[in-house]
Ligand binder design. Structure first.
Ligand code: TPP
Ligand code: MG
Length: 385
């Protein structure tokens, strides 16, 4: 190449443009109850005492469920467990603000939100046991769990758009992690939601880690919420350990979404436990950090609020624990009694009528099993009750 055609960068020239900087953005992290238990009375949501106590009950359910599910996994009766420990306020505050007609696109840690949306505990356990035909989560507006990170974000946009076209008064709600915001699917789903004005809320539980990768190595952005602006959708940043703040943020987001303004909510929280039962977090984070977040425990903070407002006496913590323990044991029995259907189930639920290509694959699979029955033994080796 002729060197004379190359442009030469100037040594130092004021080109008259100041680049936009994220330092110019001021994003408040919305709170109602502060970590020391004091609260902003103007911000307490206008819901009755029963509902205020319900929020605590559901958070406790999530905690007890996570403990029991982890123990069940240790006994070889679940494939894996992704605990919501530390994230109870994000899980419950957002789930509680949904209407039954809304659709949840889950990501795995939000047991309480799925149960309050009508999913049975048995089906949830069956899912983590790897039983495919429970993964359709029948009877509740709950989509299959997005094991492939971020893959559900465009689907939530599509569902929201579909509901809008049908004139329905409901939203699609996608739960996602901070790690999911680094996927291409996040970009596609957010962008398309903005373009369409789809009634969708993307609820990012920023628990500071994607497995072992800390948030600031995941992205150079200061916050997740600021990413909303580039897509022309609304952004809210909320204290994810403050259940009332999350409830308010999600209620606002839902209303905005129904008006045709999709919303990205960032709930700032912390994953107190391991990523899943196959992870050892002591290999990549300090105990002091875990302790620091233990002091911001969402249940303790909310208990302080209930005590100060004279509502704590209405809560019988032991009775709630016992109820959940019983419900869990009954769900394990029901999961153990569940009669698995044949291998055809894997092929059955994508299409109303099975297309010829899938029929062909099913036929091939049957032939393989006839030739190699040991393959079926392999499939059957899943954990059983
Ligand atoms: C597309 C894809 N890539 C990688 C993985 C492996 N993986 C499972 S969970 C996870 C991290 C998810 O982090 P985040 O989105 O922050 O959610 P969190 O688990 O922290 O709640 C990864 C990388 C996956 N499941 N899917
Ligand atoms: Mg995360």
């Amino acid at each position: 190449m002729d060197d004379s055609l190359r442009s030469v960068p100037p040594e130092s020239v004021d080109v008259g443009v100041d680049p936009l900087s994220q330092g110019d953005l001021e994003i408040e992290t919305y709170q109602v109850v502060r970590p020391d238990g004091t609260y902003d009375s103007d911000r307490v949501p206008d819901i009755d005492d029963e509902a205020l106590c319900d929020l605590y009950r559901w958070m406790l359910l999530q905690r007890v469920y996570d403990n029991r599910a982890t123990k069940l996994q240790r006994r070889g009766k679940l494939g894996t467990v992704a605990s919501g420990r530390g994230q109870e306020a994000s899980i419950v505050g957002s789930g509680y603000a949904l209407s039954d007609d809304d659709w949840i696109f889950p990501y795995g840690r939000e047991a309480a939100a799925l149960l309050m949306h009508g999913l049975s505990m048995r089906d949830l356990l069956l899912y983590w046991r790897g039983i495919e035909d429970a993964s359709r989560m029948e009877g509740a507006n709950v989509f299959g769990l997005a094991i492939s990170i971020g893959s559900h974000i465009p689907l939530a946009t599509g569902k929201a758009w579909g509901m809008q076209l049908e004139g329905e008064d409901s939203i699609a709600f996608a739960n996602l992690g901070d790690g999911a915001t680094s996927t291409g699917a996040f970009h596609e789903g957010m962008n398309f939601a903005g373009v369409l004005g789809a009634p969708a809320v993307f609820f990012c539980q920023n628990n500071q880690y994607a497995i072992s990768l800390p948030f600031d190595e995941q992205t150079n952005a200061n916050t997740v919420a600021q990413k909303a602006l580039a897509y022309g959708v609304d952004g809210i940043r909320v204290d994810g350990n403050d259940v009332l703040a999350v409830y308010n943020a999600m209620s606002t987001a839902r209303e905005r979404a129904l008006e045709g303004n999709p919303v990205l909510v960032e709930a700032v929280t912390y994953r107190r436990g391991a990523h899943t039962t196959s992870d050892d977090p002591t290999r990549y984070r300090e105990d002091e950090e875990v302790e620091e977040w233990k002091d911001r425990d969402p249940l303790e903070r909310y208990q302080a609020f209930l005590e100060q407002t004279g509502r704590w006496d209405a809560i019988d913590e032991e009775a709630i624990r016992e109820d959940v323990e019983e419900e869990f044991s009954a769900a394990v029995d029901a999961a153990d009694a569940f009669e698995e259907r044949g291998i055809e189930e894997i092929f059955a639920h994508l299409h109303e009528e099975m297309p010829p290509e899938l029929e062909h694959q099913l036929e091939e699979f049957r032939e393989l099993l006839e030739e190699r029955p040991d393959m079926y033994d392999y499939i059957e080796r899943r954990p059983k009750g």
